[in-house]
Design a binder for this molecule. Structure first.
Ligand code: GDP
Ligand code: IMO
Ligand code: MG
Length: 435
C-alpha cells in the first residue's frame, strides 16, 4: 500500500509524545524522498527497530536510516551539537551512511551547557507541585533565549571564529551572572573553553550546514515528496497543549514556521496515537492508571522514556484529548500503535467524555486546575486474549481488536490506515477501506 496519495505529509502525535512516530516515519519513508524535523531538539526520542536492531534518534530525523532519503533539520529546531554529533558517530559506527544526505539549518538555534544547567536549576527551584518534569536537555532555556533574542546563538553564528568567541564571551558572562543571581550558582562557565569546544563541533557540523529554507524550496520545485516528522505531541504543543506542562516549541502546529515552507506545502497530516495513553513528566492526565493495571501496561509496552529512561505514566485511551488534538491538527488518517500491548486486558476502557461539577464538558479545558479535576466518563469494551505480534492483515485481528480500532476511527472521524502490533518495521498492519 502506498501513501503517495497524501502528498507532502506531516506525522504528528495526537497525545503527549512517544506515540510511535519514529516507527511510522520509518515505514512511510519508502514513499517519500525528503524527511524534515521542524521543531524541538534532543528532548525527542524516536525509536526505529529494523532487522532486530533498535535505533533511538534524538536530533536526527528517523528517515536517516534510509540513505537515499534527504534528512533535513530546519530553523524551528534547537540543536545540541554534542548530542547530534554523538548520534551521527554512533550511527556511522553501526554502518549507517551519513554524508550529503543530511542537511542542517544555519538558522537553527544552538543549545549550550548553560541551557541544560538552567533547565535543571529551574526544575530544582520550582515548588514540588510546579515542576514540569522536563527532559533536562536545555530546551526551554534555549527557546527562551531564541525568543528573547539578546543572548541567543544560531548555527550561522559559529562563524567566523573570532566573532563567535566574542559573542560567546558576552553571553557566558551574562549567564554566569544571572545563574548566580537567580539560583545562587557558584560554579561559573568558562567561555574560552566552551568556545574551543563549540568551534571543534563547528568543524564537524559545517559540511552539513546550509540554508534549508532554500533547499526545501528547490526540492519542492523538483517535485520531491516530503515528510515532516513531528516531535513531541499535540498536547505538548506550547500554544495548544496542556500549558505549562508542555514543551517550548510548536510541536504540532509549527510545520510551516519551523521548516520555512508555505502553509500549502504540506497537504496532509497523519495523526499517530497509541491504543492507550502515556505521559512522561508532570501535568494533568485524567485517564491515568496509578494501579497495578498501569504497571502492567508499562511493563508490556516497555513504557520507559527513550531520552531519559523515566517510567512513563500509563492510562486508558482518552478520546476527549485525542479529539481535541485532531481539531487543530486535522489528520487525514490515523496510525494506531501498540494495539498488541492491550492483549489480555479485559475489559478495556476508553474515555469518551469529561465530567466536572456534575455536567459533561463540551470543550477540552484550558484551565489546568479544571483538567486535573475532571472525572473521565468511560465506555467499556471487551478485550481479547490473542497475541497480535504476527498479525499482518486486518482480517488476522480478533473481532474485539477490530471493534476497538473501529471505535477510534468512528469517534475521531478519521480512518485508521496503520495499526502497530509490535516495535519492528514489519509489525504493522496497513489497512484501506476495511475499517
Ligand atoms: P516516538 O517518540 O513517538 O517516536 O515514540 P518512542 O520511540 O519514544 O516510543 C514508542 C515505543 O514503542 C518505542 O520503543 C517503539 O519501538 C515502540 N513501538 C512502536 N510501535 C509499537 C507497536 O505497535 N507495538 C509495540 N509493542 N511497540 C511499539
Ligand atoms: P518524542 O518526540 C514525550 C515532555 C517532557 C516534559 C515536557 C517538557 O519522543 O515524542 P522539555 O524537555 O521539552 O522542556 O520537557 O515535555 N517531552 C516529551 N514527552 N515525548 C517527547 O518527545 C517529549 N519531549 C518532551 O517529558 O514533560
Ligand atoms: Mg519518544
Amino acid at each position: 500500500m502506498s501513501f503517495r496519495d497524501l502528498g507532502n505529509t506531516c506525522v504528528v502525535g495526537l497525545q503527549w509524545g512517544d506515540e510511535g512516530k519514529g516507527k511510522v516515519v520509518d515505514l512511510l519513508m519508502a514513499d517519500f524522498e525528503v524527511v524534515v524535523r521542524y521543531s524541538g531538539g534532543a528532548n525527542a526520542g524516536h525509536t526505529v527497530v529494523v532487522g532486530g536492531e533498535s535505533f533511538a534518534l534524538h536530533q536526527l530525523p528517523s528517515g536517516i536510516l534510509r540513505e537515499e532519503v534527504t534528512s533535513v533539520i530546519t530553523a524551528g529546531t534547537v540543536i545540541d551539537p554534542a548530542v547530534l554529533l554523538g548520534e551521527i558517530a554512533s550511527l556511522r559506527a553501526r554502518g549507517v551512511r551519513i554524508g550529503d544526505n543530511l542537511r542542517i539549518s544555519d538558522r537553527a538555534h544552538l543549545v549550550f551547557p548553560y541551557h541544560r544547567r538552567e533547565d535543571l536549576l529551574a526544575e530544582g527551584a520550582a515548588p514540588a507541585d510546579q515542576k514540569l518534569g522536563t527532559t533536562g536537555r536545555g530546551i526551554g532555556p534555549c527557546y527562551a533565549d531564541k525568543y528573547a533574542r539578546h543572548w541567543a546563538i544560531r548555527v550561522c553564528d559559529l562563524y567566523p571564529a573570532d566573532r563567535f568567541r566574542d559573542r560567546l564571551a558576552a553571553v557566558v558572562a551574562h549567564k554566569n551572572a544571572s545563574l548566580a543571581g537567580v539560583y545562587g550558582l557558584r560554579e561559573t562557565f568558562d567561555a574560552a573553553r566552551m568556545a574551543d569546544e563549540y568551534l571543534a563541533f563547528a568543524e564537524e557540523l559545517w559540511p552539513f550546514v546550509c540554508n534549508t529554507t532554500a533547499l526545501l524550496h528547490r526540492l519542492g520545485k523538483a517535485g520531491k515528496r516530503m515528510l515532516f516528522e513531528g516531535a513531541q505531541g499535540s498536547l505538548l504543543d506550547v500554544d495548544h497543549g496542556t500549558y505549562p506542562y508542555v514543551t517550548s516549541s510548536s510541536a504540532a502546529t509549527g510545520v510551516a514556521s519551523g521548516a520555512g515552507v508555505p502553509i500549502t506545502a504540506c497537504q496532509s497530516t497523519i495523526g499517530v496515537v497509541k491504543a492507550y495513553t502515556t505521559r512522561v513528566g508532570a501535568g494533568p492526565f485524567p485517564t491515568e492508571l496509578k494501579d497495578a493495571l498501569g504497571e502492567t501496561i508499562r511493563q508490556r509496552g516497555h513504557e520507559f522514556g527513550t531520552t531519559t529512561g523515566r517510567p512513563r505514566r500509563c492510562g486508558w485511551f482518552d478520546l476527549v484529548a485525542a479529539s481535541y488534538a485532531a481539531m487543530f491538527t486535522g489528520p487525514k488518517c490515523l496510525a494506531l500503535m501498540h494495539l498488541d500491548t492491550l492483549t489480555g486486558i479485559d475489559p478495556l476502557k476508553v474515555c469518551v467524555g469529561y465530567r466536572a461539577g456534575g455536567a459533561l464538558l463540551e470543550d477540552y479545558p484550558t484551565d489546568i486546575h479544571l483538567l486535573n479535576e475532571v472525572e473521565p466518563v468511560y465506555a467499556t469494551l471487551p478485550g481479547w486474549r490473542e497475541d497480535l505480534a504476527e498479525c499482518r492483515h486486518w482480517g488476522d485481528l480478533p473481532v474485539a481488536a477490530r471493534d476497538y480500532v473501529r471505535l477510534m476511527s468512528e469517534r475521531l472521524g478519521t480512518p485508521v490506515r496503520m495499526i502497530g502490533v509490535g516495535p519492528s518495521r514489519e509489525q504493522m498492519i496497513l489497512v484501506g477501506h476495511e475499517v
